[in-house]
Design a protein around this ligand. Structure first.
Ligand code: ARG
Length: 462
């Protein structure tokens, strides 16, 4: 292997081939090629605009760069490890195409501000795509919620039956998590959308460049105001990885619930064949692979966040080659989050069915209406703590007798407290128990219908 011609005459011998492979990032940073070309086009236009090169030279550079873009799209540009990285690969090809003028592209620029520009252009696009996937996920949740306002489901705390709730209310909790994810990515976008181009290697440049011009051409809100910060800042990558980690936290919580719900013990949902797999040995099995994979994949995204934090910690200013390690973390995170959002949306839309009869029976077979008995007494003037203790007693005797609260006779209720009347039966029926929680943000059907309207409005924001 020969030394890439790009190095200065300072070097006397070629790089050790194993070290060349170790050093090279082309195998993965080729993913940035279109962003690299877009950044270089803006740089070339700026060089011409400021008179650093001639207008004709600028046009030649832009045409050559666009030719490389086309060659890449056609599958005809596949640089190998000798190119080291995508930036060298494009510059080398440009010089093949445009001749000596190609060598002018790198005037007043460094790979340090170049790679920072590419990464931000990449992430801007990917954040937009992930936000679209989040919208799709929210739409599926909202559609399901609209169908299931009056479908009851046991609500849990400590994974113990607590109070029955509307299934729509449960689904809308995930809608709101996704809403925060969508908003958070929008906020992070603002900090991704700053241009490091023109920061040079670290200190700016001796040429009369126009950083505002390139920032504007590339759609950045503004250039970085400090060149050292511009080339060494990867805060935006950490923020993105943290936001991606939260998306994975939300998806993995939902996945865990779906896995539980699909178990024989819960039997709240049935999985459709399109989204479940069988066992190679146990013919009776139908496995929830999709939510299991989503739950499992969360680990790698959290890992990338940790890796990036450690990568940046203690790194002296300005650019260090350590920063080359940011790319695989970002690329894998983007790919993983998109795939998990997509798979979860498909699973919810087409891959599972809520077993409404079973859910309706489930909320009638426990003591999750006990709070409502206490509330009933409290509404009739009995101090809540006293009512709470009375109901605890009746739960205990009912459990011993193998009865539910709805099985107690009126005489038994009145023996407990004279305030009980015939309307206690209505008050502890699951439907009423849910409907009665009509406080703002609660599970009462009226509140849930309001929440659906709010969600529809949230979905329209952009
Ligand atoms: N491949 C490098 C990276 O990803 C590009 C920047 C290299 N800069 C340098 N000074 N060696 O970070």
């Amino acid at each position: 292997m020969t030394q890439p011609k790009t190095w200065s005459q300072r070097f006397e011998s070629a790089l050790d081939p194993a070290i060349a492979r170790f050093n090279a990032s082309i195998s993965f940073d080729i993913e940035l090629i279109e962003f690299d070309i877009t950044g270089s086009v803006a740089h070339a236009k700026m060089l011409a605009h400021t008179g650093i090169i001639s207008a004709a030279e600028g046009e030649q550079l832009v045409a050559g760069l666009e030719q490389i873009r086309q060659e890449y799209r056609d599958g005809n540009f596949n640089p190998g490890v000798d190119a080291e990285d995508v930036h060298f690969a494009v510059e080398r090809r440009l010089t093949e195409i445009a001749g000596d003028v190609g060598k002018k592209l790198h005037t007043a620029r460094s790979r340090n501000d170049q790679v920072g520009t590419d990464t931000r252009l990449y992430l801007r696009e990917k954040i937009t795509e992930i936000r679209q996937h989040l919208r799709e996920f929210q739409t599926v949740l909202l559609d399901l919620a609209q169908v299931h306002v009056e479908t009851p489901i046991p609500g849990y705390t400590h994974l113990q039956r607590a109070q029955p709730i509307s299934l729509a209310h449960h689904l809308l909790a995930y809608f709101q998590m996704a809403q925060r994810d969508w908003e958070r990515l929008g906020e992070i976008y603002q900090r991704v959308n700053i241009s490091p181009l023109g920061c040079g290697a670290l200190a700016g440049t001796t040429f009369p460049i126009d950083r505002h011009y390139t920032a504007e051409l590339l759609g950045f809100a503004r250039p970085y105001s400090n060149s050292l910060d511009g080339v060494s800042d990867r805060d935006f990558a950490i923020e993105f990885l943290a936001a991606a980690s939260l998306i994975m936290v939300h998806l993995s919580r939902l996945s865990e619930e779906i896995i539980l719900w699909a178990s024989q013990e819960f039997s709240f949902i049935s999985l459709k064949d399109s989204c479940a797999t069988g066992s190679s040995i146990m013919p009776q099995k139908k496995n929830p692979d999709v939510p299991e994979l989503v739950r499992g994949k969360s680990g790698r995204v959290f890992g990338h966040l940790q890796a990036m934090l450690v990568l940046l910690k203690g790194l002296p200013l300005a650019y260090n080659k350590d920063l080359q390690e940011d790319k695989e973390a970002l690329f894998d995170t983007v790919k993983t989050v998109k795939a998990c959002l997509e798979a979860t949306s498909i699973l919810l839309r087409d891959g599972l069915e809520f077993r409404t009869a079973r859910l309706t029976a489930a909320v009638a077979e426990d003591f999750s209406n006990a709070t409502d008995v206490a509330d009933y007494l409290a509404a009739k003037g009995v101090p809540f703590r006293e009512a709470y203790n009375l109901v605890g007693k009746v739960v205990k005797t009912s459990l011993a007798a193998g009865k539910l609260l709805k099985d107690l006779t009126l005489a038994e209720w009145q023996e407990l407290h004279p305030a009980f009347a015939e309307d206690i039966y209505q008050a502890i029926a699951p439907r009423q128990v849910i409907a009665a929680r009509n406080s703002y943000g609660g599970t009462g059907f009226e509140q849930v219908r309001q929440a659906i309207q709010t969600a529809q409005i949230q979905l329209q924001q952009n």
